[in-house]
Design a protein. Structure first.
Length: 504
């Protein structure tokens, strides 16, 4: 079949009333659960996974995919309005989205993130349609040396995410890596850094750490602020949600760069939307003419990561469907849905099941359009919640509701009360770090990348028989390490210039 025939076959499959129904169900539930802090895509898909057992294979995948990218849309709502990330990939949106809300621009932020999500998702779908085979083959050539170098680049870039001292950011990255190493050794199974606590044998829960650092710490920081300024009713009108010309001018290139970064990282197993969002933000801040605006309500700080994580959501299906290699736990659930229905994922999927593959791909277009239709009218609803006087909303309403959703979302992942205790502990730590001026975002990325970085480092050492030169001998790895060194030196440049001016 020709390329056009495949596209037409996919449209015919995706536009059937049965698949349209489950596409709508998926994106609606994904958006709803994404708004609730702490739930996240993995918990959402895990809870709704049993529903797919009685569905046809194509409808089951379409529904699960709708939940997958629906949570990315919904997750930015809590990040922008409450400074509580709906999922780890939305955590970076808090840095500039929440300051925009405090400036009375929450509606603009939500509208522009919806645009960024649609653009990023569209770019990811186009790449998925056009270059699935080529990109998968390219990503498959990456060895452990390249993955280690790429993740080291991500950690160093994370030190440039937040304003302030790069030394403090590097300390937070190192602290995140240490927390990520808690649990069982990946090769020997020996327990480490768990202090004899059985609940830490499998490591620290990512949701617990993220919700504590960003959610609970924000609640603690808000205690006593009962005289906050009420939201102007005019700020939630349709005219107030219209972005300015300056907003539009500053948004296009970040969306292009973010979509490109997200599309690349989505194809690499083990990376995905969280890392793509962090990298997009770091790069956007580095290329900005006024980097001091970031963290204070810069619209580029929400457009780049939101377009990146939605592009990564789409392109992450490339290694999963074309190679049968799940890049994350969520993609593993997608493969599980295929295998439950007796379908083997891999290169033969595109030829043996063309209606399933192309029907799923074309449903992404439908799902993204449905998400825009669902989210734009709801922007006024979400922002109007802020019109409730602050001394009414807090602490009785705000505190109880946010903490309840955080605890429910964290508990639902592993059904563990210990994880809820971890959320509170990390909430206290997050507040202490905020008081001391240490940025929490680099710590989260260090936590995510640390264990994967260790695994690839040890694997590279085993394959090279302990020869560290393997990271330089391989051209791609050497180039990435070169970029890492440049970013590190560039990050120390402002500090060295301040010291020079002080001594002068």
């Amino acid at each position: 079949m020709s390329y056009l025939d495949n596209v037409l076959l996919g449209l015919e499959t995706a536009l059937s009333w049965y698949n349209l129904l489950w596409c709508f169900v998926g994106v609606f539930l994904g958006t709803l659960l994404g708004v609730i802090p702490g739930i996240g895509v993995l918990a959402a898909i895990s809870m709704l996974f049993p529903l797919t057992f009685q569905l046809e294979p194509t409808a089951a995948l379409i529904m699960l995919a709708g939940i997958w990218y629906g949570t990315s849309y919904g997750g930015n709502t809590a990040s922008i309005l409450l400074n509580v990330p709906g999922s780890p990939s939305n955590a970076i949106t808090c840095l500039d989205g929440y300051p925009m809300t405090k400036q009375g621009r929450g509606g603009i932020a939500l509208l522009m993130t919806t645009v960024a999500s649609f653009v990023g998702g569209s770019v990811g779908i186009i790449l998925l349609m056009a270059f699935a085979g080529t990109i998968s083959a390219y990503a498959l050539n990456f060895s452990s040396a390249e993955y280690f170098s790429l993740m080291l680049l991500g950690l160093v870039a994370a030190s440039n995410i937040s304003n302030g001292s790069i030394v403090k950011s590097l300390i937070m990255v190192a602290l995140g890596v240490l927390f990520g190493l808690v649990g069982s050794d990946i090769y020997t199974g020996a327990r480490r850094f768990d202090f004899g606590v059985l609940d830490l044998a499998d490591g620290i829960n990512l949701i617990a750490l993220a919700m504590g650092l960003f959610g609970v710490s924000e609640v603690i920081a808000s205690i006593g602020k009962v005289n906050g300024k009420d939201v102007d009713p005019k700020s939630v009108s349709l005219s107030a949600m219209k972005p300015t010309r300056d907003d539009m001018r500053r948004s296009w290139m970040p969306m292009v760069r973010g979509s490109s970064i997200g599309s690349f990282f989505g194809t690499l197993p083990g990376t995905g939307p969280s890392i793509a969002a962090f990298m997009a933000y770091a790069i956007e801040k580095r290329v900005a003419k006024q980097p001091e605006r970031f963290g204070k309500g810069a619209i580029e700080g929400i457009m780049a990561p939101e377009s990146a994580n939605n592009a990564a959501d789409q392109t992450s299906f490339i290694p999963t469907l074309a190679l049968g290699i799940p890049g994350s736990a969520t993609m593993a659930l997608m493969l599980g849905a295929l295998m439950i229905h007796g379908i083997a994922p891999g290169p033969q999927l595109m030829t043996e099941q063309p209606s399933l593959f192309w029907g799923l791909v074309m449903s992404f277009w439908i799902g993204n359009v449905l998400l825009v239709i669902l989210n734009v009218p709801l922007i006024g609803v979400w922002v109007r919640l802020l019109m409730v006087p602050y001394n009414w909303l807090f602490p009785a309403g705000f505190l109880s509701a946010v903490l309840m959703f955080i605890c429910i979302g964290t508990y639902s992942v592993n059904n563990s009360a210990f994880d809820v205790l971890l959320v509170m502990a990390f909430g206290g730590l997050g507040y202490a770090l905020r008081v001391l001026g240490f940025p929490p975002a680099p710590m989260l990325l260090g936590f995510v990348l640390g264990p994967m970085m260790e695994e690839h480092f040890r694997r590279a050492m085993l394959l090279s028989r302990g020869d560290f030169a393997t990271f330089i001998d391989r051209p791609i790895s050497a180039v990435v390490l070169g970029f890492t060194l440049l970013i590190l030196l560039w990050g120390f440049k402002p500090m060295l210039m301040r010291k020079r001016s002080t001594s002068a």
